[in-house]
Design a protein around this ligand. Structure first.
Ligand SMILES: Nc1ncnc2c1ncn2[C@@H]1O[C@H](COP(=O)(O)OP(=O)(O)OP(=O)(O)O)[C@@H](O)[C@H]1O
Ligand SMILES: [Mg+2]
Length: 499
C-alpha cells in the first residue's frame, strides 16, 4: 500500500522528475502536472494527501492558487516549493495556508521527512473527524473528548454506573476533567432533566458552606434576615457535585455523612427534618485515603463516598487525546472570538504533543485559547505557544544532546567509548550557550527580542554572547563552531524549518 498520494505542480521538468524518482522510491504515489489549470483539474478528479506546489507557475501565482485550493479543501496538506527561502516567503506561505515550504535545492532526507510529517498531519485531521462521529455513536457524551484506551474504558464505566443512585468519588489531578465526568454521569442518569449543582467546597468559608448546603431559618445568625433554601433542597431529585471534597472541615463532614446515610438534614437554626432525594458525586485531586490516615478526613465518610470510584488519568498518560482536544478547543475559541477556523502547524503540534501538561486538559485549553486570541492568520505556529510549552522542549533537547558529555554514573558505561570529561562549569556553559543559540534562532537573531523573552537586560545578553563565543549572525547547520559539537546548530535549524 502506498504511504500516501502526492500531487506535484511544477513547471520545471527536471524538478518534477526528480521529485517523482525520490518520492516513489520512498513508497509514495506521485502524480505530476505542470500548470495551475491542469493541477486544479487533477485535484477535482481524485483525492490527494499532499500537494507539492511551485510558487512561480507560468499561468498563475502559486500563493494565489493555494488560496483557491484552500477554499475548496481546508484539510489538504500543502508544501510550497520556492527558489529561495526567506522569512517573508515563509510568512506568505503560512498565511495562504501551506503547512511547510522547501527551498531549491533541497536535501532529500529533509524533504522526505517534511512530506511524511505533512501527510501524517492530514491523516490526523481526517481521523479526528471520523473518531468524533464514532464517539457520538458509541456514547452520548458530546462534551467529552477522548479516544485513548484509558478514556474509552472510563466512558464505558460512566455509562454503566450512571443510571444507579450510588455515590461516586472521582479522583484525578487538577484539570483532568473531573467536573466534566460528573456532569456526564448526571446527564446519562434518569435525573438528567433535574438540577446538577456543583459546589466548590474549597473556595467557601466553613460557616457559609453549611448555610449554603443546608440553608438556614430566619434569625439563625445575625445576617439571616429571612429563611433560605440550601443547595441540597435545590438539588432535590437531581445531583449535587462536591468539588475538592478533601477540603471540607470536620463539622461539615459529620453533617454530610448524615445526609448520605439518612437522606435528611435540618436547616441551620431549624428544627424540622428535611428529606431529599439527591445523588451525591464528589471529586478530589488529593489522595483522600492519605487524608484519612492523617486524621483529616473521616473514614466512615470516605467509605460512603467511595462506593464507586473513578480515576481520571493525567493528560500526559493519554497523549493520543491531545490532537482531538486541540481541535475541539480551536473550534470553540475561534467561534467565541469571532475568528475564522484556525489550525496549528506541524511544528507547533509536535510541541503540544511533546509537552507534559502538568495542568492537564485545563492547561491545554488555556494554551489553545491564548493562541487563538493572539493569532492573526489561519495557521498557528510555535510562536503562539507560551514559553512553558516551548522551554520544556528546549531543555529536553539540551538534556538529550548533553547526555554524551555527562560523566557516566558508577556501573554505567560511557555512551561514546572514551567519554570526554567536562567539569560542571563547562557543562553549564554549554547548556547556556545552546539555549541562547536556540532562542536567537527562534527570534531570527534579533537580540533585543531574545533578551525580552529571556527577561534579562539586553546588555546582559550581549555579555553572555561574547563570553560564550556565539557568533551573532545567522549561521547554517553546516558550519558548526565552538562548544562541544554541532548538535545545537542542528536542533536550532530543525526548529527554524517549522516556521
Ligand atoms: N475529556 C474532555 N473533553 C473536553 N473537555 C475537557 C475534557 N476534560 C476536561 N475538559 C475541559 O478542561 C477544563 C477542566 O476540566 P474540569 O473542570 O472538569 O477539571 P477538574 O478535574 O474538575 O479540575 P480541578 O481539579 O482543577 O477542579 C474544563 O474547561 C473542561 O471543559
Ligand atoms: Mg473541578
Amino acid at each position: 500500500m502506498p504511504k500516501g498520494s502526492i500531487l506535484v505542480i511544477d513547471d520545471e521538468t527536471e524538478i518534477r522528475e526528480g521529485l517523482e524518482a525520490l518520492l516513489s522510491s520512498e513508497g509514495f504515489q506521485v502524480t505530476l502536472t505542470d500548470t495551475a489549470t491542469s493541477g486544479l483539474a487533477k485535484l477535482e478528479d481524485q483525492p490527494f494527501d499532499l500537494l507539492l506546489l511551485d510558487v512561480s507557475l507560468p499561468d498563475r501565482n502559486g500563493l494565489d492558487l493555494l488560496r483557491e485550493i484552500r477554499r475548496r479543501d481546508p484539510y489538504l496538506s500543502v508544501i510550497l516549493i520556492t527558489a529561495f527561502g526567506s522569512i517573508d516567503m515563509a510568512r506568505a506561505a503560512f498565511k495562504s495556508g501551506a503547512q511547510d515550504y522547501i527551498t531549491k535545492p533541497w536535501s532529500n532526507d529533509e524533504l522526505v521527512a517534511q512530506v511524511s510529517l505533512a501527510i501524517e498531519g492530514r491523516r490526523l485531521r481526517e481521523e479526528n473527524v471520523q473518531l468524533k462521529r464514532a464517539l457520538k455513536q458509541r456514547y452520548n457524551f458530546p462534551n467529552i473528548i477522548g479516544k485513548s484506551e484509558k478514556m474509552l474504558a472510563l466512558l464505558d464505566l460512566v455509562t454503566q454506573i450512571a443510571p444507579s443512585r450510588s455515590t461516586v468519588l472521582i479522583n484525578g489531578e487538577s484539570g483532568t476533567g473531573k467536573e466534566v465526568i460528573a456532569k456526564a454521569i448526571h446527564s446519562a442518569s434518569t435525573r438528567t432533566d433535574k438540577a446538577f449543582i456543583p459546589v466548590n467546597t474549597g473556595s467557601i468559608p466553613v460557616d457559609l458552606l453549611e448555610s449554603q448546603l443546608f440553608g438556614h431559618v430566619k434569625g439563625a445568625f445575625t445576617s439571616a434576615v429571612a429563611s433560605k433554601k440550601g443547595l441540597f433542597e435545590v438539588a432535590d431529585q437531581g445531583t449535587i457535585f462536591f468539588d475538592e471534597i478533601g477540603t471540607i472541615g470536620p463539622e461539615t463532614q459529620a453533617k454530610l455523612l448524615r445526609v448520605i446515610q439518612e437522606r435528611e438534614f435540618m436547616r441551620l437554626g431549624g428544627t424540622d427534618t428535611i428529606k431529599v432525594d439527591v445523588r451525591i458525586l464528589a471529586a478530589s485531586n488529593e489522595d483522600l485515603r492519605g487524608l484519612v490516615r492523617e486524621g483529616k478526613f473521616r473514614e466512615d465518610l470516605y467509605h460512603r463516598l467511595n462506593v464507586i470510584s473513578l480515576y481520571l488519568p493525567p493528560l500526559r498518560e493519554r497523549k493520543e487525546d491531545v490532537p482531538l482536544l486541540v481541535e475541539r478547543f480551536l473550534e470553540r475559541y475561534c467561534q467565541e472570538n469571532g475568528k475564522p477556523p484556525r489550525s496549528f502547524t506541524n511544528g507547533a503540534m509536535k510541541l503540544l504533543m511533546d509537552y507534559d501538561w502538568p495542568g492537564n486538559v485545563r492547561e491545554l485549553e488555556n494554551v489553545v485559547e491564548r493562541g487563538v486570541v493572539l493569532s492573526v492568520q489561519e495557521l498557528m505556529d510555535v510562536d503562539l505557544l507560551p514559553e512553558s510549552v516551548r522551554t520544556r522542549e528546549i531543555v529536553k533537547g539540551v538534556r538529550l544532546q548533553l547526555a554524551e558529555f555527562l560523566p557516566p554514573m558508577p556501573g554505567e558505561s560511557a555512551l561514546h567509548g572514551n567519554s570526554p570529561s567536562h567539569s560542571l562549569f563547562e557543562i553549564m556553559e554549554e547548556v547556556e550557550r545552546r539555549i541562547i543559540v536556540d532562542m536567537l534562532e527562534r527570534t531570527n537573531w534579533n537580540q533585543t527580542e531574545a533578551a525580552e523573552r529571556f527577561q534579562i537586560p539586553l546588555s546582559t545578553l550581549n555579555q553572555k554572547i561574547k563570553r560564550l563565543g556565539i557568533e551573532t549572525r545567522r549561521r547554517t547547520a553546516s558550519s558548526p563552531r565552538g562548544g562541544f559539537g554541532s548538535e545545537a546548530e542542528d536542533s536550532a535549524s530543525t526548529a527554524s524549518t517549522t516556521r
